[in-house]
Design a protein around this ligand. Structure first.
Ligand code: MN
Length: 480
């Protein structure tokens, strides 16, 4: 508790008092509860709340995190909690409270319904998902007292849903930890192997990184441009995924170590880029400007890959302090400003844009009855990887990775999707199952009297396409 109280210095005295009151209440409500490890239950609540205090969220969110298991696990009922803490905090607590599990026939339905319920609350107030992930982060850190089977179940859900969700929100710091903790449980031998190799590589490359840092410092006078340099190894699961994707052993994975140059202004980012460009060899085509064109989670940085004098390859990112904070805590950091500037209410502006995808997703899934399909689509949707393709008139269309021309057709309009007969990709006729890639120019052909068939579900990954196809099939009397 001491650690938590110390981390609250950014709050007003009223805010601190609210957190203290929630702490007292939670301690009382959970006074007879212990965790699987035997530790008093309140330790879990304090730890989850401390995770969130690192993001400097508002006092209501912290209070709700302390209270997040009160309705699920204690005898306290909603009415009492509302009288004590008001509707806003109770909304957050209810958002993370699971449905009564006895009403479900099987675990997949239970999982799907709990996610649906939570996401509907998230759309209304994004702070709900922060509490849920902070909660999961602490549970993942303390899994050891659970049975092997339970550990695997929780790790699996964390790796396929919570970590991608954290990624989608841009909370990379949490994503990395969630991934690595799950990875250790689900693939222990791969985890240990990569960890040993990474430790060895960090050790043997530390001299190289220091040298590059010195070279950069000698070219960019810190008196003229204020900056600091951080080095970071990639997280273990990130390395593993890359090995799988590229079908390469650890030894051939190149950008495992990286540098970050953090400065004060956007102007200085480009000045540093210019100096590096002029003084170092870069991997061809390695430059990406995410400052000018931010990722859709608002991530911004300049990316480039430097080749050192002894031919080592170092992935480098240049960004401002603000961008750095957003890169670690993502949209969460952004909400803070929103919450402060709107007097405690989360509303409007960019955070709405940020959750648009979730709103659209839930809208598209409204009629989906199949729980497994819902969970699968949610996994696809949370995995942030998107591709950008073009119409013949050069309009950009965003699609999930793995999308086909049929997904593209539905992304343009459901009528175009429904009457799809074929497509040209970059001027050539393409198969219905050809996967598109970023930069493709896609031209769709339609015909009247053509209609979706159930095979179309095999050729689509986007929820727009799949929900429209299913809608049509259901209309025709099928059970989809
Ligand atoms: Mn909990």
């Amino acid at each position: 508790m001491k650690l938590l109280m110390e981390s609250l210095s950014y709050l007003s005295p009223d805010g601190v008092a609210l957190v203290e009151k929630a702490y007292q209440y939670a301690s009382w409500a959970h006074s007879f509860d212990v965790r699987a490890s035997g530790a008093p239950y309140i330790t879990h609540l304090i730890a989850a709340t401390t995770n969130l205090a690192e993001l400097k969220v508002d006092a209501q969110t912290l209070a709700a995190t302390l209270l997040h298991d009160v309705l699920e696990d204690t005898l306290v009922v909603e009415k009492e909690l509302t009288e004590e803490f008001g509707p806003e905090i109770v909304f957050l607590v209810k958002g993370v409270t699971k449905l009564n599990k006895y009403q479900f026939d099987d675990t997949i339905t239970e999982q799907a319904e709990n996610w649906k319920k939570m996401l509907l609350a998230v759309v209304k107030d994004p702070r709900v998902i922060l509490i849920k992930i902070a909660d999961r982060l602490h549970n993942m850190r303390t899994l050891e007292s659970l049975s092997r089977q339970k550990q695997e179940k929780i790790a699996n859900e964390t790796l396929t849903l919570y970590a991608p969700f954290a990624h989608r929100l841009g909370i990379y710091k949490w994503r990395n930890e969630l991934e690595d903790l799950s990875f250790a449980i689900l693939y222990p031998s791969q985890y240990n192997e990569i960890k040993a190799k990474l430790d060895a590589r960090v050790e043997s490359n530390s001299a190289l990184l220091t040298e590059l840092e010195e070279q950069i410092k000698s070219k960019i006078p810190q008196t003229e441009i204020p900056y600091r340099i951080l080095s970071r190894p990639k997280n273990l699961y990130g390395i593993y995924k890359k090995m799988e994707r590229q079908q390469k052993p650890f030894e051939q994975i190149e950008d495992i170590l990286g540098l970050r140059i953090i400065t004060d202004t956007v102007e200085h980012c480009y000045m540093i880029l210019g100096i590096i460009n002029a003084n170092f060899k870069l991997v061809e085509n390695s430059f990406t400007d995410y400052i000018n064109v931010p990722k859709s989670n608002l991530y911004q940085s300049l990316h480039l890959t430097i080749i050192t004098s002894n031919n080592a390859i170092i992935e480098t990112q240049i960004r401002t302090e603000d961008m750095h904070h957003r890169a670690e805590y993502g949209i969460a950091a952004h909400w803070r400003y929103k919450i402060q500037s709107s007097g405690g209410k989360v509303k409007g502006g960019s955070n709405e844009d940020n959750l648009d995808w979730l709103k659209q997703f839930l809208e598209g899934q409204k009629d989906v009855k199949d729980s497994q399909e819902f969970i699968n689509m949610l996994k696809t949707e949370c995995v942030f990887t998107q591709i950008f393709v073009f119409t013949p008139l050069k309009k950009v269309i965003k699609l999930p990775l793995g999308a086909t021309a049929l997904d593209f057709a539905y992304a343009i309009h459901s009528d175009i999707g429904d009457s799809f007969v074929g497509a040209k990709v970059n001027g050539k006729m393409a198969n219905i199952n050809t996967k598109l890639k970023t930069g493709d120019i896609v031209e769709v052909f339609t015909r009247k009297n053509v209609h979706p068939t159930k095979h179309w579900l095999e050729y689509t990954v986007s929820y727009q396409a799949r929900s429209h196809i299913r809608k049509y099939l259901r209309m025709k009397g099928g059970d989809f």
